[in-house]
Design a protein around this ligand. Structure first.
Ligand SMILES: [Zn+2]
Length: 375
C-alpha cells in the first residue's frame, strides 16, 4: 500500500512537472531541432550596458527571462579588439577576419554566409538594423567587401542578395549614389517590393515578393530623437512575413545605436537604446514561447566605451571625496571599443548549446549544428 502510494505520487509529480514545463515555457529545454532562428545583436553592448536595464528601466528587464547564458571572446583575426565588421562576419560566416572586413576571410577570399547557405533550402531570411542597412553588422549577413566603407557596393549586393526581408536606414546609398545608379529600380527588377515611407501592415505586403523598408537617408533617428518602437515593430513584421509559409526562417535584428551612444560617451543615448533593445527581446521571446520551434540567441559583437556603472563621487563638507553607493554615475574609459568578454543569452530548442565560454565565430557553428542547416 505504501509502495503503491509512492508510485502514485511519482506519477502525479511527473505529470505536474510536465505541465509546469509546458505552461512556463521558460523551462523548456529539449533536444528538439529549432525550425526558426532569431539572432538579436546589440552593437557595442557589454555586461555594464545590459546591467543598466536593471537600474534605468521601469519594468523587469527581459534579459531575466533567459536561463541559458554563455560568454564569447570577440577578438578578430589580427586585433585583440574587434570592430563591427569582423565581429558580424564571425557570427554570419563562422570565421575570424581582420577589422573592417565584410563577409571575407583574413586572406580576403569570400566566405559563404548563413543567408547564402540556407536560402537555397527554402528557408526565409531577414536583416533589420537601426542604422543604414548597408552598415557593417547587417552587411556581413549578405555582402562581401574588403572594406566596410564600400557602402555603395554593399547596397548593390543587397539588391542581388537572397535576403527576403530587410528594414533599416541608408536610402541614400540606393537612390542618391555617386555612380548615378537608381537601385530602387534594380530592387523592382529583382522582385523586391521596397517601401521608403513607413513600416506597413502585414496585410498590405504582397506575399509573392521580397520586402524591404528604407526609412531614412542614413541611420534611423535615435530613441531620444523619437524613433519610437521601430525596432520592435520591424522585428515583429519580419517574423510575421518570414513565418508565413511555415518553412523555417533566420532573422538577424540589430540594436545598432547602443554602440554609437558608447562612442559618444553619452550615457542617456546608450541606455535609451539598450532599453529599446530589451523591449525587442521581450517581443521576440513572446513569439518564441508561443511558437515552441524558435531558437533565440542574443549577443553583441563587442563592448563600446569601457562603460561602467560606477558609484557617484561626492565631496564631504570637509572637502574629502567619497563614493556614494546609493547613486550610480555611468562613466566611460574610452571613445572606442574594448576587449571584454561578451554575454550570450539563448532560449528555445538548442539553447543549451550556447552555455559556456567560447569564441564569437562559434555562434555561427552552433546555430548550424542545432538546426542541422548545414546538411
Ligand atoms: Zn563601434
Amino acid at each position: 500500500m505504501k509502495l503503491k502510494n509512492s508510485i502514485i505520487s511519482v506519477v502525479v509529480i511527473s505529470m505536474f512537472s510536465c505541465k509546469t514545463t509546458n505552461v512556463t515555457s521558460n523551462e523548456v529545454t529539449s533536444n528538439k531541432t529549432p525550425k526558426n532562428v532569431i539572432l538579436l545583436i546589440s552593437d557595442g553592448t557589454g555586461l555594464s550596458q545590459i546591467s543598466s536595464a536593471f537600474y534605468y528601466k521601469n519594468s523587469t528587464p527581459n534579459y531575466t527571462r533567459f536561463k541559458n547564458v554563455g560568454l564569447i571572446n570577440t577578438s578578430s583575426s589580427r586585433q585583440d579588439i574587434t570592430d563591427s565588421a569582423a565581429g558580424a562576419t564571425a557570427f554570419a560566416a563562422g570565421v575570424k577576419t581582420y577589422n573592417g572586413a565584410v563577409g571575407v576571410a583574413d586572406d580576403s577570399t569570400h566566405v559563404e554566409n548563413i543567408i547564402e547557405l540556407i536560402s537555397s533550402k527554402n528557408i526565409k531570411t531577414g536583416v533589420i538594423a537601426t542604422l543604414a542597412i548597408t552598415h557593417a553588422t547587417p552587411a556581413s549577413f549578405y555582402a562581401h567587401t574588403l572594406s566596410r566603407d564600400s557602402q555603395e557596393e554593399i547596397a548593390v549586393q543587397l539588391t542581388q542578395s537572397k535576403v527576403d526581408f530587410f528594414a533599416g536606414g541608408g536610402l541614400k546609398f540606393f537612390d542618391n549614389r555617386k555612380d548615378g545608379q537608381d537601385l530602387l529600380k534594380t530592387f523592382k527588377e529583382n522582385q523586391f517590393d521596397v517601401n521608403t515611407s513607413s513600416l506597413s501592415d502585414f496585410a498590405t505586403i504582397k506575399s509573392s515578393k521580397k520586402v524591404g523598408f528604407l526609412l531614412s537617408k542614413e541611420g534611423m533617428p535615435t530613441m531620444e530623437e523619437g524613433r519610437g518602437d521601430f525596432l520592435s515593430k520591424a522585428t515583429e513584421l519580419g517574423i510575421e512575413y518570414l513565418n508565413k509559409d511555415n518553412s523555417g526562417f533566420f532573422l538577424m535584428s540589430e540594436g545598432s545605436q547602443i554602440d554609437w551612444g558608447g562612442h559618444a560617451n553619452n550615457a542617456s543615448w546608450l541606455i535609451s537604446e539598450l532599453i529599446d533593445f530589451d523591449n525587442v527581446i521581450g517581443k521576440v521571446l513572446d513569439f518564441a514561447e508561443k511558437d515552441g520551434n524558435t531558437l533565440v540567441v542574443v549577443t553583441s559583437d563587442h563592448e563600446t566605451g569601457g562603460f561602467t556603472l560606477s558609484a557617484k563621487r561626492k565631496k564631504r563638507e570637509n572637502g574629502r571625496e567619497y563614493n556614494d553607493y546609493s547613486e550610480i554615475d555611468p562613466t566611460f574609459s574610452t571613445g572606442g571599443h574594448s576587449a571584454t568578454l561578451i554575454p550570450v543569452f539563448a532560449y528555445g530548442p538548442g539553447s543549451e548549446e550556447f552555455i559556456g565560454v567560447y569564441e564569437n565565430n562559434d555562434i555561427f557553428h552552433k546555430i548550424l549544428k542545432v538546426t542541422n542547416w548545414e546538411k
